[in-house]
Design a binder for this molecule. Structure first.
Ligand code: ATP
Ligand code: ZN
Length: 575
């Protein structure tokens, strides 16, 4: 973008000097050529130097993945090979102290794993979980079936092919680059036309056109915006955040609403029974026995809590048959004498035509404390209730704060009762809740949020929250890095909701800085173009402005944002 005008201007300078009637302005031509060449070289040097941190980080990432792995052969014997030689579908064994060399799904074993290179966390991985190359086993042993290998591994996928890099393929950068490419000839023509209209001699016209087309400011602006994207991507990767492609990075950067799925995302997903009550004339143990009998058919966290409580109290679950689970509502079953037992939400009991009015006040009270209430009915009558309390996950509050700071509106989406949801939301400083949404309705609920012209991100777990994740503009799937991509725009190697927030706020901050750089550089380009076209500024104004603009835009994108630099506490109080 800068070389052609310099070469043309140099040719003009040489020709006019050699000309019989030597042009008195040839010195001015020469100084433009000299300054333009020096400016272009200087800016190129500055850009290369500014990129060094990104290049170094990527080289480190790639190096961290070149490890030896134990490939499992046909007869279960293992063979030491280079990680890059493993093919998708093959299995590797990973033992304590070893790095997992491929992305994959755990097929056997259980281990404590550092989920990604440089991660401060240790999380448990077991059969069915996804792991990402670069993770390492602390204790235990894993067998992993490779999903992605060599240059397709999550950690290096976007860096290994130059065209796929976020800083090359990000829409903002692509548009900037195109504007520069198309703008240069236009600028040359405009300046040539304006100068010619002023009756200037032909060498003056050409030199002015070259100065007008000398797009150093614009080139620097686009390079700086690309650098902002590259830095954002590297910084996110340092937190175990994997973007599917540059497009996902861009949508994450533009999302202004984050739908947060509650259980397992901001709640621990380990509810405990804190209250069991029986209606007059009934026994608490009987209520628990009935609930536990029915819950044997359910497989979620609430069911696990009920069964755990029964076991802890030595209560034998009622012997039930024909159990029927209604997702997001409750369970029904038949006790031996044929009476129907119903365990579930207030809405579920109403649907099953059980009168719950007597418990309304108590249910509200418990829900106002943020508890989930399960009502228990037998033979069409309410017999008792259970209340469960789930803790907030470490970092939930910090994650919400981060979203607010980045002007991303968090929305809590949950199957829980309104009161319960609002209490949890209040504890986290979330204003908007979408309570009592059945799992099958979550996709529609997410789409409805997008109707206001918002760009919606959803944060949750791949298995339990796929309804919400699948309908968002960009989905952040926790703990999913290494699994088959294509499904989720963003996959986290960690299971930390703070990283989920960073997956949105980091690209957003980078995109903002990239935009500022384009504005500043573009503005400088316009000023030098107009100044030269109207004969207000001499041609050398263009390279001088270009160097200044380059210094400015590099400063704009240099500092990592606070979100990137702030040390993340490894734990915070959970209540
Ligand atoms: N196993 C169960 N037994 C009885 N009732 C249940 C059960 N599972 C869910 N429910 C009822 O359905 C409501 C919503 O549950 P759902 O599974 O949709 O949400 P959740 O898993 O509690 O949390 P999240 O909002 O993150 O999805 C619960 O509050 C409860 O009343
Ligand atoms: Zn807000």
């Amino acid at each position: 973008m800068t070389t052609v005008p310099i070469l043309i201007a140099a040719a003009v300078a040489v020709v006019t000097r050699a000309g019989a009637a030597s042009n008195p302005r040839v010195d001015a031509y020469a100084s433009f050529v000299g300054l333009a060449a020096a400016g272009a070289l200087l800016v190129d040097f500055l850009l290369t130097r500014a990129r060094r941190d990104v290049d170094a980080a990527r080289a480190r990432d790639a190096a961290g993945l070149s490890v030896r792995v134990r490939l499992v052969g046909a007869g279960d014997e293992t063979e030491d090979v280079d990680a890059s030689q493993v093919k998708p579908g093959e299995q590797v064994l990973v033992e304590p102290g070893e790095t997992i060399g491929v992305d994959g799904i755990v097929t056997a074993g259980k281990a404590e794993v550092v989920p990604f290179v440089d991660s401060p966390a240790v999380i448990t991985k077991r059969e069915g979980d996804a792991v990402v190359a670069g993770a390492s086993v602390v204790s235990g042993r894993l067998r992993v079936r490779a999903t992605f290998t060599a240059g397709e591994r999550a950690w290096v996928r976007l860096a290994s092919s130059p065209a796929a890099r976020v800083e090359v393929a990000a829409p903002l950068v692509v548009v900037g680059r195109r504007m520069v490419e198309r703008g240069v000839p236009v600028a040359a023509l405009v300046v040539a036309g304006a100068t010619y209209a002023n009756n200037a001699a032909w060498p003056d016209v050409v030199i002015a056109a070259c100065a007008g087309a000398f797009g150093l400011s614009a080139v620097a602006a686009v390079a700086a915006s690309a650098l902002a994207h590259a830095r954002g991507h590297v910084a996110a990767q340092r937190r175990g955040i994997v973007y599917k492609d540059a497009g996902a990075f861009d949508v994450a950067a533009r999302a202004d609403v984050a739908v947060v799925c509650s259980r397992g995302t901001i709640l621990l997903g380990e509810p405990e029974i804190v209250v069991i009550e029986a209606t007059p004339g009934r026994e608490v143990d009987r209520v628990l026995a009935l609930a536990a009998g029915a819950e044997m058919a359910a497989a979620d966290a609430l069911a696990a809590a009920v069964l755990g409580e029964a076991r802890a109290r030595g209560v034998r679950p009622e012997n039930v048959r024909s159990a029927l689970v209604s997702e997001g509502l409750g369970v029904t079953a038949l006790v031996p004498n044929g009476d129907k037992v119903i365990v579930g939400s207030r809405a579920f009991l109403l649907k099953e035509k059980v009168s719950v009015a007597v418990s309304d006040a108590r249910v509200s009270e418990l829900e106002a404390q943020g508890r989930s209430v399960l009502l228990v009915a037998l033979g069409g009558r309410l017999v008792g209730l259970l209340a469960l309390q789930d803790g907030l996950r470490p970092g939930a509050r910090a994650a919400v704060q981060r979203l607010h700071d980045a002007r991303i509106e968090p929305v809590l989406l949950s199957g829980e009762a309104r009161e319960t949801c609002e209490t949890i939301a209040r504890a986290l400083d979330i204003e908007h809740v979408r309570p009592e949404v059945l799992p099958s309705d979550r996709g529609a609920e997410v789409r409805a949020l997008a109707d206001g012209g918002h760009i919606i991100a959803a944060i949750g777990h791949a298995a339990s929250d796929d309804g919400a994740l699948g309908s968002a503009d960009v989905s952040v799937a926790m703990g999913a890095a290494g699994s088959a991509p294509g499904e989720w725009g963003v996959a986290l190697a960690s299971d930390d909701v703070r990283d989920a927030a960073l997956a949105l706020t980091v690209p957003r901050a980078c995109r903002e800085r990239a935009k500022s750089a384009i504005l500043v550089g573009g503005g400088a380009q316009a000023i030098s173009l107009l100044g030269i076209a109207f004969g207000i500024a001499p041609p050398v104004f263009a390279p001088v402005m270009g160097v200044l603009a380059a210094a400015c835009v590099l400063a704009i994108v240099r500092e990592p944002t606070q979100t990137l630099r702030a040390p993340v506490p490894s734990s915070e109080p959970t209540s």
